[in-house]
Design a protein around this ligand. Structure first.
Ligand code: PMV
Length: 326
């Protein structure tokens, strides 16, 4: 019987297809080399004990009977909800201690909640010696996310589970690994934290008001995604950049871009990026640009000048993995 297990999962970046993916269209997502680690240990008491200092929670304890939702950072709510759902299916009378450690700030929009949810789920399943397929792990995580947040395509969970660069249709109906080499990306952080559920609801409202327009935009995004899948597998970065511009144009019509995002996009393109777009829900967080290696320094400098921050990330890294099991 295992006593302690730790697992880590990567953050993500949406490359193409945000928002439309909620309505059944495909998207392309990649992982980033910024991981969150979750360690779980049996504690011999009927208590759930959580320490997540990087997620804004020092020590939190609750009796197993009282598990449920409460006001706390959303990453932490995902963990508690997932644990509760897990225990409903696999009852245990003794609890666990959970500790999380993040390599990145939860403000960047790299998917700290999906990474921590997946890392925790994997560690939990391993601790109890269960054999879960990737699809089963996804279902466990997605269930918790929907319980807490009510919306979401699960693209970020899929990235954290399968790793690499994925062509994805929600909820994990299609998960296809794309064969891509190193992605020549520059990631720019706006400094503004965006709230994904709020933006998702805004688009839903816009769709109710202007259905035809929004459906047309989704159709356009779906075409971009299909083409982008082929183009990035070929390593045709010039065309990939053009498709990012096209995707961004469509996202503007959904009114999810922001001044800060536009400033960074413009700065990167002026400095020679092959194309750029927001990444994720919009309203803030990060943008991405396709940039040839020789232009990288210049692009980063220009983004810095307009108040952004270029983040060093490697894309397409391995998905969730067990780090230690004792
Ligand atoms: O804001 P992020 O990085 O979590 O991305 C959200 C992407 C959406 O398509 C808007 C929502 C979703 O769950 O797919």
């Amino acid at each position: 019987m295992k006593k302690r297990v730790s697992a880590s999962a990567p953050g993500k970046l949406m490359l193409f297809g945000e928002h439309a993916v909620i309505y059944g269209d495909p998207c392309i997502v990649t992982t980033v080399d910024q991981r969150i680690r979750a360690e779980v240990e049996r504690n011999g008491e009927d208590v759930f004990h959580l320490e997540a200092p990087d997620l804004g929670l020092e020590v939190y304890k609750k009796s197993i009977e009282d598990l449920g939702s409460e006001e706390m950072p959303k990453e932490v709510r995902f963990i508690e909800r997932l644990y509760k759902n897990f225990l409903d299916k696999y009852p245990q009378d003794k609890g666990i201690i959970v500790e999380t450690k993040s390599e990145f700030s939860s403000s960047f929009g790299f998917g700290s909640s999906s990474a921590v949810t997946v890392g925790f789920a994997k560690a939990l399943v391993e601790l109890y010696g269960l054999e879960f397929s990737k699809g089963e792990l996804f279902d466990l995580c997605y269930g918790a996310v929907l319980d807490v947040q009510g919306v979401g395509s699960g693209f970020d969970l899929a990235a954290a589970i399968w790793g690499g660069t994925l062509y994805y249709v929600s909820p994990a109906k299609v998960v296809e690994k794309l064969e891509v080499g190193k992605l020549p990306l520059v990631v720019g952080y706006t400094g503004v934290k965006a709230d994904t559920p709020t933006l998702v609801r805004m688009v839903r409202r816009l769709k109710e008001e202007r259905q035809e327009m929004v459906e047309g935009v989704f159709g356009g995004i779906a075409e971009v995604v299909e083409e982008a899948g082929e183009v990035i597998e070929k390593g045709d970065w010039e065309r990939a950049g053009g498709l990012m511009d096209k995707n961004q144009e469509l996202l503007r019509k959904l009114q999810v871009s922001s001044v800060e995002l536009e400033d960074l996009i413009e700065a990167s393109e002026k400095a020679g990026a092959l194309g750029a777009k927001l990444s994720g829900a919009g309203g803030g967080d990060c943008m991405i640009a396709v940039v040839e290696e020789k232009k990288r320094g210049e692009v980063e400098k220009e983004m810095d000048k307009v108040g952004g921050r270029a983040l060093e990330v490697e894309a397409g890294v391995e998905g969730v993995r067990v780090e230690e099991a004792k």
